[in-house]
Design a protein. Structure first.
Length: 300
């Protein structure tokens, strides 16, 4: 696994404060958010790295482990146990101490090898059990796909894994599938599979959490006199009543017509609609005359 410099990703030094980390993360997350770079795969990848760097450096305990062990920070506890085990063997204790870690035998880092020499067992003792490697994968979904719960089949280590994706997953959200990572070694448990969702907005709606935002065009006559207009929502078409003298930019709220709440069946956010009053074009002579008469009445 290549070393990833979280400090470099956020553009900060190792002595950065928590406030510095927070500011750097917010700035970069806004710049590289997939909603602003819908067709840029590199931006999607960088956005995930930014989130990962923030997750580690904003947590004092994780940051301490990262500063000490680098890319192997997740295995800090296993390193300590293994060091103790190695020390015990050096002084003649019989048998190796068993321990489990978030890695497999074939994925030891150079750092681990330099500390413990890649040992597999003690002096005649049982083989050490190792937990399988965790896998990480990205799954791209259209926003329309994320609106409804559905099943998808993933290929993991040459095997097809069928999973159910709940409605309401968010961009950048990560889920864990326990035991679907790499196989354990010497009878150790399998690793886990972590799936990060990359949601591509293929709609005219803007999503903010569980709420949706959009605009709806209405003609001048409906805006002035009132009437009805049919608009699209992600759940289908709805008919709305337009009040007389509705102003351009009027904002309305449709409760429960937004995005489904993750793992909360039947609960939805709200849909916010801004009316855009369209002025008529290509007026006939008679229409111009009528508008002229109206303008004269307005000035009286």
């Amino acid at each position: 696994m290549d070393f990833v410099d979280y400090y470099k990703i956020l553009g900060i030094g190792k002595g950065a404060s928590q406030d510095d980390i927070k500011k750097a993360y917010r700035k970069l997350a806004r710049k590289h958010h997939p909603d602003l770079n819908p067709n840029n795969k590199e931006a999607h990848k960088l956005f995930q790295q930014i989130n990962e760097a923030n997750e580690v450096l904003s947590d004092p305990e994780k940051r301490k482990k990262y500063d000490e062990y680098g890319k192997d920070w997740k295995h800090a506890e296993q390193f300590e146990k293994a060091r103790q085990s190695s020390s015990h063997q050096h002084f003649g204790n019989a048998g190796a101490q068993n321990f489990s870690g978030d890695f497999d035998e074939g994925q030891f880092s150079d750092f681990f090898e330099s500390l413990f020499g890649g040992m597999k067992s003690g002096r005649g003792g049982p083989q050490t059990k190792y937990r399988g490697q965790d896998y990480n994968a990205e799954l791209q979904l259209n926003l329309t796909d994320a609106y409804s719960a559905h099943q998808q089949t993933l290929a993991v280590d040459g095997k097809n894994l069928r999973i159910t994706i709940p409605a309401g997953v968010e961009n950048g959200q990560k889920i864990k599938l326990k035991g679907h990572g790499g196989p354990g070694v010497n009878g150790g448990p399998n690793g886990d599979l972590y799936i990060t969702f990359a949601i591509i907005n293929n709609t005219k709606f803007k999503r903010d959490g569980n709420d949706l935002y959009t605009t709806a065009d209405i003609d001048l006559y409906t805006a002035l006199l009132g009437g009805e207009v049919t608009i699209d929502t992600m759940g289908g078409k709805v008919k709305l009543k337009i009040n007389p003298e509705t102003q351009n930019g009027t904002k309305i709220r449709l409760r429960g017509k937004g995005f489904p709440v993750y793992k909360s069946e039947g609960n939805f956010g709200d849909l916010f609609i801004v009316y855009n009053v369209k002025l008529p074009t290509s007026l006939s002579t008679r229409q111009k005359e009528l508008f002229t008469e109206l303008s004269k009445l307005q000035t009286k």
